[in-house]
Design a binder for this molecule. Structure first.
Ligand SMILES: Nc1nc2c(ncn2[C@@H]2O[C@H](COP(=O)(O)OP(=O)(O)OP(=O)(O)O)[C@@H](O)[C@H]2O)c(=O)[nH]1
Length: 729
């Protein structure tokens, strides 16, 4: 298994390409579902070997030439239509024989029970299919903000992505987040303006929002024929053909592609010729090779430029990420998806066009077909597969072939880390950015049905955490209870549900609470001495330190040493001090939340010879806790960016409600017939907001929330919170 595609390492540690680190129980559940699907007759096309596990026939489908492979993801704001688009893609490619529908809960990629019930995507699903001689590995990613980590972990393995937009809304809050993530991972993209059939859909509006909000250069490869109810098809700007879908066809397979003619479509032809000329000029501006070609041979008449030449140049520009091709359609009404598939093969890169290093050895490989998995003997570079049974890896890791290569990679990462400021370093080319794990903002206690089941709960949580590092599990030092920390209400609810369904454990959740932070407002000094004799060894440390508030925001304390202390401090003592200071900052003096934005200076430190590093840590930690207790303290609360979209009739009640929630409105935008409120609101005030908003607007409004920063609570709110908590304890 020599050529499995593996990414070297991330900047901090050795980690592995790891598409889906499933626990074996989940695999078993998936296989059970596969049998159920077959029995119950969800209509999968007869992919050779898929159902029968015929390895030989699978072999021919798993090793296409690398130039013909496309590893792509679909990303978007929640509800833009990713899953519906994916379903159409699978249907037209022949992977499924019937059209799935999110609203009916029978799609291929939303296979988790919760996904089907809620009609949203939570876990990424990978499916492999062929389109016109190309192998496409497609990953459907979730749109809900609680699951952004899941999106990131997919982006790391993609060579290209399709960004799906709701054409009536243009760029929405979550689109910006995933777009930035794709920028970070340098992923070439094409845009699909979906929902062109929807009332209020506007191609120009959506394109403008791509230009303005994403600061991207859209290349209009298609123009729509009609919008909203009149949407019938698209015009291919590159080939000057119109594509019309037969209104009587119920699955969109029947459409005709006709060249635009002067005789029958004079107006449209004129419009498209202008659009094509503008496109050619735009691409020539971005690509020197194409500029030379156009200016040389075709400067007199762009009409003579063959479509393939323009397509090749658009491919290069897309790969260079200097512009993004834009297409449009309506997945729900089965229009525009086949040309999108053509565009994926034509404009997005193959793995060999992206600079990765490949090497690895793994014992078991599985090819994913959404929730079906087929064991395969080998895989060539550029493909995506699953591996199971790895006990010590977690999402975001990169697997390397031996300990020595791991150490070499580590050393190299460290060296590169030191010269990070240099542009285009070798590591930049080789490495994938690590997964950034967002800080959880909510927590609650979780209890097993009986004490005897605690080990089962611990096991389930351990497995779930390996799949989803944005889930944190802690032990409350006072009560001994297990605490779940997550990204949002929905995130914790889903985890609770999965423990029940996948591990057969009925657990009880305590009330959901906001994860606050603490800080100090002034400068304080403290001294401490630890003197203990264990056996015949005396441990003696005396420390004097100062803690003060930092102007800038920093999760970890900034640690400084007075010159006299730094002088003869060994590396081991320095590490012990830093461990002690970090651990003291995990529990603030007010409510036990982590301390942030502090600087700590060690003014003096005396260590008796023979004192263990554990004792140094303990003394420094206790001294800092003493200092923090003396300081003027402040609670910091998570402040969320909020975007609410509603029809104009509901603007006043929504605004009035937000005013009561300490909302700070920044802007009210008009988008088509809708009003969009953009502002900030403290997380504590927005719990359960989806239910309230549904009631206020008869279910017509949508909202997106994202952590903005932590802000100081005002004195009244802080004292209310403190008295509530002391009342509880
Ligand atoms: N009018 C119209 N509605 C669509 C279209 N595509 C999807 N929808 C509807 O939009 C809603 C959301 O579609 P999904 O495909 O689940 O969207 P998604 O982006 O996968 O959503 P998440 O998985 O929750 O992020 C569903 O009710 C779809 O029926 C379209 O082309 N036109």
């Amino acid at each position: 298994m020599s050529n499995l595609r593996i990414f070297a390492m991330n900047h901090k540690k050795i980690s592995s390409l790891h598409i889906n680190n499933m626990c074996s129980s989940k695999i078993r559940a998936s296989l059970k579902r596969l049998r159920l699907h077959v029995l119950l007759g969800r209509n999968y096309s007869s992919l050779p070997g898929l159902i029968g596990n015929d390895i030989k026939s699978l072999h021919s489908i798993i090793n296409p030439p690398i130039a013909k492979i496309r590893n792509i993801g679909i990303m978007a704001h929640i509800d833009a239509g990713k899953t519906t688009t994916t379903e159409r893609i699978l249907y037209y490619s022949g992977y499924t024989r019937s059209l799935g529908d999110v609203d009916d809960g029978d799609t291929v990629t939303d296979f988790m029970a919760q996904e089907r019930e809620r009609g949203i995507t939570i876990q990424s699903a990978a499916v492999t299919f062929d389109w016109k001689g190309y192998r496409i590995n497609l990953i459907d990613t979730p749109g809900h903000v609680d699951f952004t980590l899941e999106v990131e972990r997919c982006l790391r393995v993609l060579d290209g992505a399709v960004a799906v937009f709701d054409a009536s809304a243009g760029v929405e809050a979550q689109t910006l987040t995933v777009w930035r993530q794709a920028d970070k991972h340098k992923i070439p993209r094409i845009c699909f303006l979906n929902k062109m059939d929807k009332i209020g859909a506007s191609f120009n509006y959506a394109v403008e929002s791509i230009r303005e909000k994403l600061k991207a250069k859209p290349l209009l490869l298609q123009l729509p024929i009609g919008e909203g109810k009149t949407f019938k098809g698209v015009v291919d700007v590159v080939s000057k053909e119109k594509l019309l879908w037969n209104p009587n066809s119920d699955d969109g397979k029947d459409f005709e592609r006709k060249p635009l003619l002067e005789m029958s479509d004079p107006e449209l032809l004129k419009e498209i010729t202008e659009a094509r000329n503008a496109l050619i000029e735009q691409v020539a501006d971005l690509d020197d090779e194409f500029a030379d070609l156009v200016l040389g041979e075709f400067s007199e008449n762009f009409d003579l430029l063959p479509a393939e030449k323009l397509q090749t140049a658009v491919h290069r520009v897309t790969l260079a990420q200097t512009a993004v091709p834009v297409l449009c359609g309506s997945a729900l009404k089965n229009k525009g998806v086949q040309p999108l598939l053509d565009a994926i093969t034509m404009y997005l890169p193959s793995p060999e066009e992206r600079n990765y290093e490949f090497l690895e050895r793994i014992s078991r490989l599985l090819l994913p077909f959404a929730d079906h998995h087929v064991e395969i003997p080998s895989l060539t570079a550029g493909n995506i597969a699953l591996t199971v049974g790895l006990k010590h890896t977690a999402t975001g890791d990169t697997i390397v072939s031996s300990k020595s290569s791991a150490l070499a990679a580590c050393r190299r990462a460290e060296r590169e880390g030191e010269k990070k400021h240099r542009q285009n370093s070798e590591a930049e080319r080789l490495l994938l950015a690590g997964v950034e794990i967002p800080e959880p903002v909510f927590f609650c206690t979780i209890e097993p049905p009986s004490m005897a089941k605690q080990p089962d709960l611990d096991h389930a949580l351990k497995c779930l955490q390996r799949e989803d590092p944005s889930l944190k599990v802690k032990l409350d030092p006072d009560s001994g209870q297990t605490i779940l920390c997550g990204m949002g209400e929905l995130h914790i609810e889903i985890i609770h549900d999965r423990i029940k369904r996948e591990y057969g454990l009925e657990t009880y959740l305590g009330p959901l609470q906001v994860a606050y932070r603490e800080t100090i407002l002034n400068s304080v000094r403290a001294t401490d001495t630890l003197d203990r004799t264990l056996g015949d060894r005396r441990h003696l440390v005396t420390v004097e330190l100062e803690a003060k508030s930092l102007e800038t925001s920093s999760l970890l304390p900034v640690i400084e040493y007075a010159a006299s202390v730094a002088e003869d401090l060994s590396q081991a003592s320095r590490e012990a001090i830093e461990n002690g200071l970090h651990s003291a900052c995990l529990q603030g003096p007010l409510l036990g939340f982590p301390i942030q934005d502090v600087a700590i200076t060690l003014h003096s430190l005396v260590i008796h010879p023979g004192t263990s590093t554990t004792m140094i840590s303990a003394c420094v930690s206790r001294c800092l806790q003493k200092a923090l207790k003396k300081a003027d303290k402040q609670i910091l609360e998570p402040l969320m960016n909020l975007e609410v979209t509603m029809t104009r009739d509901y603007l006043s009640p929504v605004l009035a409600d937000l005013a009561q929630r300490r909302g700070n409105i920044q802007e009210i935008q008009t988008r088509q017939d809708n009003k969009v409120i953009i502002g900030f609101v403290p997380l504590a005030e927005i719990m359960g907001y989806s239910t309230v908003l549904r009631t206020l607007t008869s279910g017509s409004a949508t909202f997106a929330l994202e952590l903005s920063n932590y802000q100081a609570m005002n004195p009244q709110d802080q004292s209310t919170l403190l008295s509530q908590r002391s009342g509880l304890s």
